[in-house]
Design a protein around this ligand. Sequence first.
Ligand code: 3PG
Length: 306
Amino acid sequence: MKIVVATEKPFAAEAVQKIKQVIDNAGFEFLLLEKYTDKSQLLDAVKEANAIIIRSDIIDAEVLDAAKNLKIVVRAGAGYDNVNLEAATAHNVVVMNTPGQNSNAVAELALAMMVYSARNFFDGSSGSELSGKKLGIHAYGNVGRNVARIAKGFGMEIYAYDAFYPVEAIEKDGVKALASAEELYLTCQYVSLHIPATAETKNSINYALLEKMPKKAVLINTARQEVINEAELVKIMEDRPDFKYLTDVTPKNDAEMKEKFPKRYFSTPKKMGAQTSEANNNAGIAAANQIVDFFKTGNTKFQVNR
Ligand code: 3PG
């Protein structure tokens, strides 16, 4: 069995070694393609692959066509919007993710961004504290739950809206569950996004929603670029000089945002929410184990394209 780790944004070296160990121990062959700059390198690397471990790497029909022996793709992480699920299913390829394995890392970054915003981007001026402020968690999945847990330590008042997660389970965590996204944005000065990029959520964070936020609104996006209506975000930031946006997923209009809102807009140079050695180890090793288990026992527990 040939297992290819194809990561444009590499895992920490230690995680790569640990992934290799799992694959070696199973008696499989380990191949590594890191920091590739052209799709042709990916197409070439997957030619003989039986399994691929990826991060945000794009797996489209062309990649699936090139990987004639492919049986399984594991996205070492949560969101699998970078994989064409229909094409994978049509190619008889199982797609899995590794839910929860990198969520603490992303949650810590979301809180770090809140602090960075509250302290005026560390510019030395008098800022504010998170304690006592209202935080709205938009989608209460693995990352959202970790955000709630950490934010409690900061003394924030925590609210959440999730269209699918049971209200009782949210409230059991000491978080107030709200009935709609509108209510969440209306209530909370800080909103942290944890929704996936789907047909329903794309462009859904728009002017109508953001204008509801209270004074000194702060929107934190460690989720996906596509969920933001970027033109309407610009408009709200033009109309509301109190509005700040901090993101780990660079918008298409990054240059415009930087130029127009230098003191109210921040974007990481590269998505780094899950970029910790712990998250790399957890997600990478889980991905490798899931592949070994799939080939040895047929386990498809984490399959997302059923
Ligand atoms: C995820 O969906 O798991 C996160 O967005 C992390 O993505 P990354 O592996 O590309 O850092």
